[in-house]
Write a protein that binds this ligand. Structure first.
Ligand code: UD1
Length: 331
């Protein structure tokens, strides 16, 4: 815990709200900035909430100047791969241009630490089984490109300013807070485990399985699913690392092994105690066959030790949250 204040952009969203909860439990001072375009005000359990845009330089400049903010955690972004293929400029505007404005405000205000939510998607399609941070960056969709452009800006800015950063390249974030206080409430969700949980609770009729002809062992897409609370721990440790003087760095955040869509469906069926209806479809635009993180760098740099590397547990937390949402809607 420290005396300085942390600005969390996108703190009302799925991932941001879980990190806000952890930081709040630790007694950190927080300002949470979110425009509520996809987030929820009641998911923000700690800190001062400010409704607004990350790209609003007047607002962000004022917050940084008046709240003695030394650290910024930047989650606010659009994140849906197929939507980014259909609407690329939406992604470059929100993810890239708004990050540019935020960085300008941070430099002007003398912010010292910046933690950026990047993505394993920026590696694109590669031969290697597990992708190290040194793998070539070759995103195959506008979402990945918008994040790569932001990474590039951040590195260029850090090179000539006192600001230091940690870029966390998330792989497939999943699951919900095991305490059951918050979870993934995203409307029209596209994430596999979330959608499967909606099918299991009857919110959707069936799960669409996108692509059965990938060059993977069972023909379906393989991803490295990481529990959102392990990701929260990685952020806490990244912040401590920067506060202790750590140099700017880029770290993958995954478990280092993957599951196919069929394996995820099998696990959902098992945890649910009944099979969910599945309908096979062609591949979805922008999806690479496989994304698995090499994780030695994050473990060595942050001494990060995941606590929830268990697909059945991840699925269970998602299902529990979905049941809670369903009960709320019935009430
Ligand atoms: C997710 C993240 C993305 C991140 C990436 C890192 C979101 C919305 N997406 O994308 O930001 O960069 O992880 O790897 O946060 N699938 C189905 N049916 C469905 C949904 C998905 O078959 O209804 C399949 C997909 O084709 C893919 C796999 O499941 O093979 C995972 O897809 P999804 O959960 O949507 O995540 P990503 O697209 O990998």
């Amino acid at each position: 815990m420290s005396n300085d204040t942390i600005l969390v952009t996108g703190g009302a969203g799925y991932i941001g709200s879980h990190i806000v909860k952890r930081l709040g439990e630790m007694g950190e001072n927080l300002v949470v900035l979110d425009n509520l375009s996809t987030g929820f005000r009641d998911a923000v359990l700690y800190g001062e909430f400010v409704e607004g845009n990350t790209g609003d330089m007047e607002l962000v400049g004022r917050l940084l100047a008046t709240r003695s903010i030394k650290s910024v955690l930047h989650f606010a972004a659009h994140t849906i791969v197929p939507e980014s293929v259909a609407q690329p400029l939406k992604y470059y505007a929100n993810n890239t241009c708004n990050t540019r404005n935020l960085l300008q405000c941070c430099i002007d205000a003398g912010v010292e630490h910046f933690i950026f939510s990047s993505t394993g998607t920026i590696y694109g399609i590669q031969e290697k089984h597990a992708l190290s941070e040194e793998s070539p960056l070759q995103p195959i969709n506008p979402y990945g490109t918008s994040k790569l452009m932001s990474e590039t800006m951040l590195k260029d800015v850090s090179a000539v300013n006192p600001l230091r950063h940690v870029i966390l390249r998330y792989f497939n974030v999943a699951g919900s807070d095991p305490d059951g206080l918050i979870g993934q409430s995203t409307e029209n969700a596209t994430l596999l485990i979330k959608v499967a949980a909606e099918v299991a609770t009857g919110k959707r009729a069936s799960l669409s399985l996108f692509g059965t002809d990938y060059p993977t062992p069972d023909g379906t897409g393989v991803r490295d699913y990481v529990h959102v609370n392990d990701l929260a721990d990685a952020h806490i440790q990244a912040l401590n690392y920067l506060r202790q003087g750590g140099a700017s760095t880029t770290l993958n955040c995954g478990y280092g092994h993957g599951f196919s869509v069929r394996e995820v469906i099998d696990t959902v069926n098992h945890v649910n105690g009944a099979p969910i209806p599945v309908v096979e479809h062609p591949r979805r635009a922008g999806d690479p066959p496989q994304l698995i993180a090499a994780v030695d760098k994050i473990q060595k740099t942050l001494n990060w030790k995941p606590r929830y590397d268990d697909l059945a547990f991840i699925v269970k937390t998602s299902l529990d949250w979905e049941k809670k949402l369903a009960a709320k809607q019935r009430a």
